[in-house]
Design a protein around this ligand. Sequence first.
Ligand SMILES: O=C(O)[C@@H](CO)OP(=O)(O)O
Length: 309
Amino acid sequence: MGIRINLEVSGKERYCFRKRGFSVIQASSSSSQTTVLDQVSTPLNNKVDTPKKSSEAALILIRHGESLWNEKNLFTGCVDVPLTKKGVEEAVEAGKRISNIPVDMIYTSALIRAQMTAMLAMTQHRRKKVPIVLHNESEQAKSWSQIFSEETKKQCIPVVTAWQLNERMYGELQGLNKQETADKYGKEQVHEWRRSFDIPPPNGESLEMCAERAVAYFKEHIEPQLQAGKNVMIAAHGNSLRSIIMYLDKLTSQEVISLELSTGIPMLYIVKEEKYIRRGSPAAPSEASVYAYTKNLARYRQKLDEMVH
Ligand SMILES: O=C(O)[C@@H](CO)OP(=O)(O)O
């Protein structure tokens, strides 16, 4: 039984200090109604799932795998396009990379390419918990998805879908070919639409506008989970994740322009004492940086190794 612990840390590791405190959402569920959503605010009573001795949480960000419109080089934005076969493989590969990192909650956008990516990635996780999508649209949907076994609930990971994590809305560019658009309007104009911080494409969202809703969602819904010690995975999109990374790493509107995310590459942050500590570099994620372990994560992995053997 070999325990492999990799304590290498990326040379590009950044430490980001938050200036304000965090509020922690308390359990609000009634005892008679138990859905997998209850896990959102109730600590799991399972040793393998509590690598939180010093109140540390893992945050994994994954941009979805290649979509059919990425393949065709079309502006996609909020159009709901599925993954290609290569995208499916990228998602599975991403899952292998994070298979030893604890995941207590998953947030995805409302779009199928992000949801496929999250689900495919979780098929590779060594803990073998089952991701369960929460349909929060009505009381009836909530009540019809109740789980009646506490034991089964412990083996589930709640998956929250949120439109606020969607790709930026690309307006009148959606469905147009990126190369043809550059040929027609000029390379500089198209680069400005694609990468400037505050200039929106025609009738679409700028990165700044996308950040307003994606970062607000992150602060309101995801940050409290992390502060409560939950390990969170977010599967989303190039620009919604760029805006969240801008917040986590305190990038300026100039710095975010050159931040590019590859499809299907997981990025790991450790959340500790109100700091976001980046372990994997979005610019050039190397094996070592993505796999960089803290003591708590190493302990979690050791427990997984013991479970398997
Ligand atoms: O088309 C899109 O929706 C996005 C992501 O694929 O493109 P861009 O890289 O130009 O922001």
